[in-house]
Design a protein around this ligand. Sequence first.
Ligand code: PEP
Length: 250
Amino acid sequence: MNKKNIIAGNWKMNKTENETEEYIKNLIPLIEGSLSSVYLAVPFTSLKAAINLTENTNIIIGAQNMHDETEGAFTGEISAIMLKAIEAEFVILGHSERRHIFNEDNSFINRKVRRALKTGLQPIFCIGETQKEREESKTEVVLEKQFLEGLKDISKKDVLDIVIAYEPVWAIGTGKTATAEIAESVHSYIRKLIHKHFDAKAADTINILYGGSVKPSNVEELLKQENIDGVLVGGASLDYKIFAEIVNKS
Ligand code: PEP
């Protein structure tokens, strides 16, 4: 497959606006020649500064979450329209921290994915099993359920705009990375799910990212795998030098 890899940083609840500006100014010259697409998911309060600073660069800025409704009495929430209006380009949906800490279920995530697509925001749709589910050999069942329910009622055409991230919960922020073999075998399963439930074009077009303790020392091995089309990086994206190293190894 010859699609461009996507290297996406997820800052989570980190960095003020000033820290965002400093990071991005430092990052830009370090990754100028990158062959991959570089995405940064920053906090809502940093979006505007990040978008302004990355104009005419190879860095694409997006959000880490949104609500599925367009407006209304949802205190503390942000809508897809608001994100689109400040020119955010993508949004992470279904991240395991949203699923497990904030109890988001597949049907809520599905409504968000459909809303993002309708609004012209690219969803990075995350799925992944817990340690217990893996130990009980339920990985494929869990992923298929998240996949089918999260992507319910999405057309073969619209699904082409989605990025899928496989993020085993046991590997997020734990320092434990799935071996390249484990990740590849799950990615190949996800590719088959796309083929089965959408079509060959979707299976070929959609980038499937791996996420879970990615760092400069393991990114190359992961990206060598046939079905890994990029990485979603949490902790290691917080330092611009380390993130640049990951981008430049991709
Ligand atoms: C993430 O938050 O999506 C993630 C993969 O985190 P980390 O790289 O820190 O495991």
